[in-house]
Design a protein around this ligand. Structure first.
Ligand code: C2E
Ligand code: MG
Ligand code: MG
Length: 408
């Protein structure tokens, strides 16, 4: 609804409006120290404070955990924006009392103004976000209006490269495992290895650093480390479990096209005596397309070694029958964005149906990712999908937990 409202306002270039991106400060502490119920109470209180601080024609929405966006319509001058912000800050300063404790809530507010800071919703939101981040960096509890200078504080590549390299040396990366269930036997005989970065007590998900690792050229050693770790783990699970067990590992384009990559994989399998059929390499659709002929060639080599190949994130990019046919793949993984609202989205259902049929006609097995509900499971079973992966079966977890739950 918020986006719709913004899009409506974008039509009139003569009318200025401001977008306030608000992120509460130290909200996590409230949740951690007082529990989620108190956290929820605080959010409600903040929401009503924010609502009371704006005009009746303005729009407020909650866009995530402790993030709000306010649209101030039809602003004559920046002074009005500042007035509102000061009002918000003043109101938020009044403590919320809980069991005789006074909780002080602060907020970091980033502001972008239409049309000078962006002419579409994405740019306006990103720029307000950037301004908000600037506030956070300086300790929070303040506001900032976007300025183009902020954009140029882009991450220092060299610094990031060193950080990632140090993370590897300092053993800060962890491998999480997510179960993949065979729908025929309802057994978990495969898992996907997913990387996590431990920084103090924070666990950083891959979307926050894999793209950066790729852009600073640090992805190859990281992915090679993942591959080796996952193979060691898989070997162990084959030894202690009573079933065959395989592991799926994500690859990246620059890793794949390393001239010595094929022999590296061969070495790893030999050193840990893991039969190749237990290793499944995942290649994303768009990375396979980067250099199609080269990738086919490399995948053929893996295939002839007996290693399995999955095409990952299928349905987000090209998804053309034409090239699926040419790639030597064993499995297609349907991206979770297609599964998300499967129950109500008839179009997605039709697409999934045809992916499954197409795959099966090419002797390719289908994995559906992001299964969260029993209804999704039921539908995919009906469509004769082969494997499912998703929170319904299990979230990505540490090896010890995975072993406890799924290796027997
Ligand atoms: P992916 O390979 O498509 O992995 C599946 C992602 O979907 C995982 O996110 C997983 O946690 C998430 N997921 C699984 N089931 C559900 C569900 O039911 N609901 C929802 N909402 N999400 C679900 P994760 O672990 O954050 O990884 C994100 C992406 O990062 C991966 O997508 C993969 O492309 C990349 N990645 C992860 N580990 C590595 C790695 O070691 N190397 C490389 N190059 N990329 C990696
Ligand atoms: Mg994957
Ligand atoms: Mg995927």
């Amino acid at each position: 609804m918020m986006l719709e409202n913004i899009n409506e306002l974008l039509k009139n270039k003569d009318k200025k409006f401001a977008l306030l991106f608000i992120d509460l400060d130290d909200f996590k502490n409230i949740n951690d120290n007082f529990g989620h119920q108190v956290g929820d109470k605080v959010l409600k209180k903040v929401a009503s404070t924010l609502k009371d601080s704006i005009g009746t024609q303005d729009i407020i929405s909650r866009i995530g955990g402790d993030e709000f966006i306010i649209i101030l319509k039809d602003i004559e001058s920046d002074i009005y924006i500042k007035e509102v912000v000061l009002r918000i800050q003043k109101e938020l300063k009044k403590p919320v009392t809980y069991n005789e404790e006074a909780l002080i809530i602060g907020a970091s507010i980033g502001i972008s103004i239409f049309p000078e800071h962006g002419e579409d919703s994405d740019t306006l939101i990103n720029n307000a976000d950037l301004a908000m981040y600037e506030v956070k960096k300086n300790g929070g509890y303040d506001f900032a209006i976007y300025s183009p200078k902020m954009e140029h504080k882009a991450i220092d590549k060299l610094e990031m490269k060193m950080k990632l390299n140090k993370a590897l040396v300092n053993n800060e990366f962890m491998v999480y495992y997510q179960p993949i269930m065979d729908l025929k036997s309802m057994k978990v005989l495969n898992s996907e290895a997913l990387i996590r970065w431990r920084q103090g007590d924070r666990i950083i998900p891959p979307i926050e650093f894999i793209p950066i690792a790729k852009s600073v050229g640090e992805i190859i050693p990281i992915d090679n480390w993942m591959l080796e770790s996952a193979c060691i783990q898989c070997k162990k699970w084959n030894e202690i479990g009573s079933h065959e067990f395989s592991v799926s590992v994500n690859t990246s384009y620059s890793q794949l096209k390393q001239p010595e990559f094929v022999s590296l994989v061969q070495d790893i399998l030999e050193v840990y005596s893991l039969p190749p059929k237990y290793l499944n390499l995942e290649v994303t659709e768009d990375e396979a397309m980067e250099d199609f002929e080269t990738i086919i060639n490399i995948l053929e080599q893996f295939k002839s070694m007996g290693i399995k190949i999955s095409l990952d994130d299928f349905g987000t990019g090209y998804s053309s029958l034409n090239y699926v046919n040419k790639l030597p793949i064993d499995k297609i993984k349907i991206d979770k964005s297609l599964i998300m609202n499967l129950e109500t989205n008839y179009k997605n259902l039709t697409i999934i149906k045809s992916i499954i049929n197409m795959g099966h006609s090419l002797d390719i097995k289908i994995v559906a990712e992001g299964i969260e509900t029993k209804e999704q499971l039921r539908i995919l079973n009906e469509l004769k999908c082969d494997f499912i992966q998703g929170y319904l079966i299990g979230k990505p977890m540490e090896a010890s937990e995975f072993e406890h739950k799924f290796i027997n």
